[in-house]
Every structure is written in structure tokens, then in C-alpha cells.
Ligand binder design. Structure first.
Ligand code: MN
Length: 266
């Protein structure tokens, strides 16, 4: 079993290497990760400039490691499409410093990396710990290893994306594992304006999160001092809107046609 490990905190981030160390016990680990911090870039892929990758020194002996001048998604695409084209069995992203909960999965580079593995029809895990300066990576590293073992023994399906968050606690102080749905967490985006002497600029700064503590969500699980596993699928179709839109579609089309007739007659 070959395990691709990546992250969005960059190749030197402290959360990457405990994960590598732990997963080495299950199979061959290879690392392809951004050469610098790329948090918050989501699923972004670099199309407008070249992406460079160089072999880098692994902090865990015997692990082939590449540092990528690009995003987490670039790293996974490069790994699966070129560097390790001969086969990767599972993609694991993390361990991120800071939680990735609720709406944040859309901007998370950690989830964005895992998502690329999922697009390649590989099982993919995104792992985060609920602290911006994490003290305890060991529970996340251990949970990742157990899940990859379950994938290897086919106790879990191949097409699977799991978003996993853990409290920043030693294993002995984590009180359980909840299988959750994504909660609603939104930030007040604060725009800070300044002037650099030539032009105006803006900083988009995240304010305090507004939490939804509804039972059964990922946010709730962490508040209960438990690990959260949220199975994610990418079909975001909103079925409740389908019948309403179906009724509306003929009228929209008719209006388009009328617009066309007006344009032609001019
Ligand atoms: Mn990050």
C-alpha cells in the first residue's frame, strides 16, 4: 500500500511529520506538499504559471519527499498524475493546525488536497486539530493510521472522503469519536483598508466565528471534546429546489427566446 501524504501548512509544518511517522507502519509513505504555507487556498489549482517540484529532505528517514511551488491541490495532482503515476492507494492531508469545520471545508487547503485524491477516485482523509498552535498531533496521527488500515483491509470503500477534526488533547483525554455532518460556521469578514503610498489596498480579515452548536455537527462534536469524522460527498445538487426550478425553466427559456427575437429584429 502506497500512501500519499500532503498538507496545506507547508512541508516544514510540525503536523506533517507525526502523520508520516504513524502511516509508515501501514505502508510506503511518499510526501508531496507545498514548499510554504498555503492555508485557505481551498481547491485552487495553478494554471497561469508553471508549477515546480524539487526533491526535499524528509524529516522521517526513508520517505521520498517533494516540495512543490504551488497549492495543496497542485501537489496532489502532480503526485497522482506524474510523480507517482504508477500507483497511490490513499491520500492523507494534514495534520492541519487549526480546525476545518462546517463551511470552512470550502476554503480549506487541507480538504482541498484531499478532494483532489477523491477526484482521482482514491480514498482520502483530511485531518485537522482544533488549535492554531497545536500541542497534540498524536491522536490524529493514530486515527489516520487506523483508518488507512481499514481501507487496506477493505473494511472501508475506495471512494471516500473523510473530513476529520480532533480536539488538541492527549489521546487519554479525548472522549469519543462522533460521525457528524457539517455544521454551519460563518465568519464576519472584516475588510481593513489601507494605502501603500501608490494605491489603496484591502486586507480581508476573518472576525470571530459564529458557531452553530446543533447536535450532530462537526462543531458540536469538538465542543464535546470528541473527535469528529464527517463523510463528505461532492454531489452538492440541491434536490429541494429541483421541482421549483423545473416549473420555472419553460418560462425562463421563453423569455430567452423573446430576448433573442428582439435582438434579431434590431
Ligand atoms: Mn493550514
Amino acid at each position: 500500500m502506497r500512501i500519499l501524504v500532503t498538507n496545506d501548512d507547508g512541508i516544514r509544518a510540525p503536523g506533517l511529520w507525526p502523520l508520516v511517522e504513524s502511516l509508515k507502519r501501514v505502508g510506503e509513505v511518499v510526501v508531496v506538499a507545498p514548499d510554504r504555507e498555503q492555508s485557505g487556498v481551498g481547491t485552487s489549482v495553478t494554471f497561469h504559471q508553471p508549477v515546480r517540484a524539487r526533491k526535499a529532505r524528509s524529516l522521517v528517514p526513508g520517505v521520498v519527499t517533494y516540495a512543490v511551488e504551488g497549492t495543496p491541490a497542485d501537489s496532489v495532482i502532480l503526485a497522482l498524475g506524474h510523480l507517482f503515476r504508477d500507483g497511490v492507494d490513499v491520500v492523507v492531508a494534514g495534520i492541519n493546525e487549526g480546525p476545518n469545520l462546517g463551511n470552512d471545508v470550502f476554503i480549506s487547503g487541507t480538504v482541498g488536497a484531499a478532494l483532489q485524491g477523491y477526484f482521482y477516485r482514491l480514498p482520502a482523509l483530511a485531518l485537522s486539530v482544533d488549535a492554531w498552535e497545536t500541542s497534540h498531533f498524536e491522536a490524529a496521527a493514530e486515527l489516520a493510521r487506523l483508518l488507512v488500515e481499514k481501507i487496506a483491509s477493505q473494511a472501508l470503500p475506495r471512494e471516500m472522503l473523510l473530513n476529520i477534526n480532533l480536539p488538541d488533547r492527549p489521546l487519554s483525554q479525548i472522549e469519543g469519536i462522533e460521525i457528524t455532518r457539517l455544521g454551519a460556521r460563518s465568519y464576519a469578514d472584516v475588510i481593513q483598508e489601507g494605502h501603500d503610498g501608490r494605491r489603496k489596498y484591502y486586507w480581508i480579515v476573518r472576525g470571530d466565528p459564529q458557531w452553530d452548536q446543533e447536535t450532530g455537527t462537526d462543531i458540536w462534536a469538538l465542543s464535546q471534546n470528541r473527535a469528529s469524522i464527517t463523510p463528505i460527498q461532492i454531489n452538492m445538487a440541491n434536490h429541494t429546489l429541483v421541482s421549483l426550478l423545473r416549473e420555472l425553466a419553460p418560462f425562463l427559456f421563453q423569455a430567452l427566446r423573446q430576448k433573442d427575437e428582439v435582438d434579431v429584429s434590431h
